[in-house]
Structure formats: structure tokens, C-alpha cells
Design a protein around this ligand. Structure first.
Ligand code: MN
Ligand code: MN
Length: 467
């Protein structure tokens, strides 16, 4: 096969660049990814499955190492949500790392701290959405509930309801078209008030109650929660429960050329980085690391987000175990000398919404992962703008490894834009650029990606590590 930057003339034809063995490798990779995506429905589950996969490949918890040697495979987790994994290079980590960093949180709907309520004879969970969602997309579809409840004595109760065949599902209601005339007059963004994103969880009164008992449906649900899961109403105070679409990833299209699933943003890039690290052959020249971080969808804030010291601390832990005299300046030099691919998805051009597309500069399906030189909005405000020299070296790497890739930006000037974890990493002085898989309907309950782009994202990250 041949790779390279897909120009406008061959963008649509990139699938023809794969030979039969590459198509087979692509399909095999996509099956492994679909399995991961179906399990990794929350950041906690994405973390747990990543650790399971890493350990199966011989990676060990960093705290078990007193000293590190080239070729050692380590991981370091934080609060079960954010993960750093590395293969130690031939050169000391203090000379810089190759980093692929993605995020494993995705837009969703969280429960409020006091969630159970009854309205009009029906029981609901009261909710607060997380990340950028179009609220109407989440109505009238089967939803699942995932998360954890921790009791004051430390008991953990894992919740995963809605994806097993025998499980019930949940739903947010909408008004029928016959009665919805008032709703129809409103703009799409105003039609569904955020406070009305209530999750329907039951409809029958408690069998113990008399006919005139108040809030009997709510009491019935609380009784079932206690009997089935050992959760009381107070326990929600120390819970993290997330409402996500029910259902597993599926092939999309007669030609099965695409994958439809929840949470491609950004598990598709996070997994590609993880798999590339695990598939590295031999000991890389420089230490290669993957970052799977949390909280990107709400601004990378918090202890498990990228705007924290977790990454720098993890690199410091590597240097501590390699240098005879670890000093702070070694960490600073390592960070500044590092190179990173900010592994995040981008928007694919949709022919139904040409107003948003930046002509000739918009990612499209089946043309490989897309480098986004700068994000930001308006006059590149808030952007990490990668330098030409770094991009030139990436071109060399991808061309030498037959990677099919493209370059573009996030929509029309002053109409598009966005942010990723790139700017938090560039803070250290390292070279960073965004590169990830193009998606249709990003942030919707079901997002679509092309299989070629999914596979080539992995190939790009593998080439970057192995260079
Ligand atoms: Mn993202
Ligand atoms: Mn996003």
C-alpha cells in the first residue's frame, strides 16, 4: 500500500490505497476497538479496561519498580480515572518523551447529588448534564446507568445497568408531535430546558403503601434500590452515576465501512494510543508514553484533568527511578524536549451542513486521521498553534511509514473552533499538535467514524512512537 498526505484529488479514494492484507488488519483492529468501546462507557471503565489490557501485555504498576531500565513497561494511575503508561526508551527519560495523549471522558448526563424524585405519579432521577450536548438528542432513546456508589465504610458498589440483554433501560421523555406546538415554536437550543432532562426510572407505587400514601412510586424505587444494590437515598451523596446511551458499537453501512458508537470522542484516539504503545516492538529510542485523561469535556479541570500536575509528576517518577541524582531541572528539561500528539477527534465534513465547513481545509471520511494545526476560535484565540518545523518532521515520519493522513482545521473561520488538551501540554514548552480521527455528529449519543480513519489513527501513533 502507499500512504501519505491525502490531497483533495484522492481524499475520497483513500480506501483504494489499502491492499488486501491491510484491509484485513484494519478490520481486525476495528473489532478489537469496538470491544473496548463497548466496555469503556465511562472514564472509570475506560481506565479499568486499559489497565487490564496493559497488564495482559506485561505492563506493571510503576510503584513496583525501584529502578527503571530501557524496555521496562510501566503504568501509573490516578483515582481510577486518569492513566499514564510508558515504555522506557534506550535514551534516559530525562532527554525527553514521545507522548500520545487522549481523553476518556465523554459528554453524558450525570445524576444530581439528591436525584430520586416523583412527579405526576412517575419516578425520575434528577440530572445535570456533563460536557457539550444537544439536549434533544438524548430524549426518547434507551439509556444505561453506569458508575459507583461508595459507602462511608469504604464499601464500593459498581453499577452497570442497561447493556446486558436482561437489563432494564431508562429514558427521558419528549412530547408527542400532536401536542408539541409550543415546543416547536422554540429554537432547538431552547426547546428542552436542562432541568427537564429527568430520567424515567419507575411508575408503580410501593406495594407496602396504602392508597393515599404520598410519593409512593419514589418509595417503591428506593425500596428496590436498597433490596437489589444495597443503596439508600443518602448513599447518592457519595456516588458518581452517569447516564449514557444503552447499546454496543455497531458496523455502519451496507459496506460496513464505518463504526457507530457512543464515546468515540475520545476513546477512539485514546485506544489507538494505548494499542500503539502496547504493540511497540523492541525498545524505542526515546521513552514513549500514553496519557488517558479525564475531564477534557469540561475544560480539563480537576485533579484528574490535564490542567493538573499529574503528567509532570508521572515523568518525575520515571526520572527518579533512572537518574543517580534526580533534580527538578531534569524534569523541566525532559518536558521541554518532549514531543506530543494531542490525540483527539475532529469534525468530519458533513454534506448536509456545508455552512460549517472550511472548504479544502475540513477533514473528511476515509482520508486518515487529521492534523489540526491550531484549534481555538475567531483569530485562533486560545489555540495551540504548532510550528512548521514540528509538522515537517511529522510529515517525514508518516510518509516513511505509509500512513494515510490529512490536515485541516475545525470549521470555517469564526464559525468553528474548540479546545483540546494540547495547550496544557504546550505549557511545558514541548512540541504539540492535535491529530485524531474525524467524526460525524461528534458529541451525539451515537457518533460515527470510518474504519480506515480509525485504523490509520493507530498506525500514525505507532509510527510516531517507533520513529
Ligand atoms: Mn475530544
Ligand atoms: Mn469532545
Amino acid at each position: 500500500m502507499s500512504g501519505g498526505l491525502t490531497s483533495l484529488s484522492n481524499r475520497k479514494d483513500a480506501t483504494r490505497l489499502l491492499d488486501a492484507s491491510q484491509v484485513e488488519a484494519m478490520n481486525a483492529y476495528c473489532e478489537v476497538y469496538k470491544r473496548y468501546l463497548g466496555i469503556a462507557k465511562t472514564e472509570r471503565r475506560a481506565y479499568a479496561e486499559a489497565v487490564r489490557l496493559l497488564e495482559a501485555q506485561g505492563f506493571k504498576d510503576l510503584t513496583t519498580f525501584e529502578r527503571l531500565s530501557p524496555g521496562d513497561k510501566v503504568y501509573r494511575g490516578y483515582h481510577g480515572k486518569t492513566l499514564f503508561a510508558a515504555v522506557i526508551g534506550q535514551a534516559p527519560t530525562a532527554t525527553g518523551l514521545r507522548v500520545v495523549g487522549g481523553h476518556t471522558d465523554a459528554p453524558r448526563i450525570d445524576l444530581k447529588p439528591v436525584p430520586v424524585m416523583e412527579k405526576g405519579g412517575l419516578a425520575f432521577f434528577d440530572t445535570h448534564y456533563y460536557g457539550g450536548i444537544k439536549k434533544f438528542q438524548w430524549l426518547t432513546r434507551p439509556l444505561a446507568l453506569y458508575g459507583v456508589v461508595v459507602k462511608p465504610d469504604g464499601t464500593r458498589i459498581e453499577i452497570a445497568i442497561g447493556d446486558k440483554h436482561e437489563d432494564p433501560v431508562f429514558m427521558i421523555t419528549d412530547i408527542l408531535p400532536h401536542f408539541g406546538k409550543e415546543q416547536a415554536k422554540k429554537s432547538v437550543s431552547d426547546a428542552i430546558p436542562a432541568e427537564d432532562l429527568d430520567l424515567l426510572i419507575g411508575s408503580t407505587p410501593c406495594p407496602d403503601d396504602g392508597d393515599d400514601a404520598k410519593e409512593s412510586v419514589k418509595r417503591h424505587i428506593l425500596k428496590l434500590l436498597e433490596e437489589t444494590y444495597g443503596i439508600t437515598e443518602d448513599d447518592f451523596a457519595s456516588g458518581e452515576l452517569e447516564i449514557v446511551p444503552a447499546g454496543l458499537p455497531r458496523d455502519l453501512g451496507f459496506d460496513r465501512s464505518m463504526i457507530l458508537g457512543y464515546g468515540h470522542d475520545d476513546r477512539i484516539c485514546a485506544f489507538a494510543g494505548l494499542k500503539a504503545l502496547m504493540d511497540l516492538e523492541g525498545t524505542p529510542k526515546q521513552t514513549c508514553a500514553v496519557l488517558l485523561c479525564d475531564k477534557e469535556e469540561i475544560g480539563s479541570v480537576g485533579a484528574t484533568g490535564m490542567d493538573s500536575t499529574f503528567f509532570a509528576n508521572s515523568v518525575a517518577e520515571l526520572i527518579e527511578r533512572q537518574e543517580p541524582q534526580p533534580r527538578d531541572i531534569l524534569l523541566r528539561r525532559a518536558l521541554e524536549a518532549s514531543r506530543m500528539l494531542s490525540a483527539d477527534v475532529c469534525a468530519a465534513a458533513d454534506p448536509h451542513f456545508p455552512d460549517a465547513d472550511s472548504p479544502n481545509n475540513m477533514a473528511c471520511f476515509n482520508a486518515g486521521p487529521c492534523i489540526i494545526k491550531y484549534t481555538g476560535a475567531g483569530g485562533k484565540s486560545g489555540a495551540n498553534d504548532a510550528r512548521a518545523e514540528y509538522l515537517a518532521d511529522l510529515r517525514r515520519i508518516f510518509d516513511a511509514n505509509n500512513v494515510i493522513w490529512q490536515i485541516g482545521e475545525l470549521g470555517k473561520v469564526e464559525k468553528g473552533g474548540g479546545g483540546t488538551i494540547a495547550k496544557y501540554m504546550s505549557y511545558y514548552g514541548m512540541d504539540v499538535v492535535d491529530m485524531g480521527t474525524p467524526l460525524l455528529n461528534m458529541h451525539a449519543p451515537s457518533e460515527a467514524a470510518s474504519k480506515l480513519d480509525t485504523f490509520m489513527t493507530y498506525r500514525a501513533y505507532l509510527a510516531f512512537f517507533a520513529d
